[in-house]
Design a protein around this ligand. Sequence first.
Ligand code: HEM
Length: 180
Amino acid sequence: MHSLRQKASEWSGIDTADAFAIDDNNLFFKLSSTFHQFLHQVSSVLSQMGLFWNSISCSFLLIALEIRVYNDEEEWFRSIFANSKKEEAIQNLYEFFVERMGGPTLYSERKGDPALIGRHRPFPVKHQAAERWLHHMEKALESTPYIDADSKLKIMKFFRHTAFFLVAGDELKNQNQRVP
Ligand code: HEM
């Protein structure tokens, strides 16, 4: 696992410490402060609904990502997702994201350990696929309202590092398969 992280850092250009800067502060709740500022302007009663609004922002992000991924113009990339239902993919990634950013443990309560390398085993997660997936994530983040620039950067570094962690896991899987 240690060398997979090293490879992920080397290939992604993101240090492990930078990738996991999302853990320094609870981003899920930090994002809600931006909502609160907006909500306070609208009404002090609505400000009680911060958690509700940051959930909307997270779901907006993952819906935007999956719409882009499932409609990618490149057939080779779209085909990776061909046997997965978009609605389930959105729910999986939304719950994982909320939990990983410090929100309620939705993913692990429903599905258990994320075990990302194992769960991506059926899919060819190569360098090119990682870059394409990250491109969609970057665009989805750009289009998501009420996430401040610093949080966007931290989120992107986490995803970039993890995407290449998956590429390293995929390479390991292929090496093991080649053993007679
Ligand atoms: C699931 C591909 C990166 C987290 C999936 C699925 C595919 C896929 C095809 C199945 C769809 C579903 O039913 O959920 C890829 C590709 C990536 C990538 C090509 C490019 C690097 C990432 C990254 C993360 C991630 C960076 C998290 C940081 C997940 C999660 C699931 C998932 C949580 C749901 C797993 C499950 O519950 O079965 N991915 N993924 N993926 N992916 Fe990725």
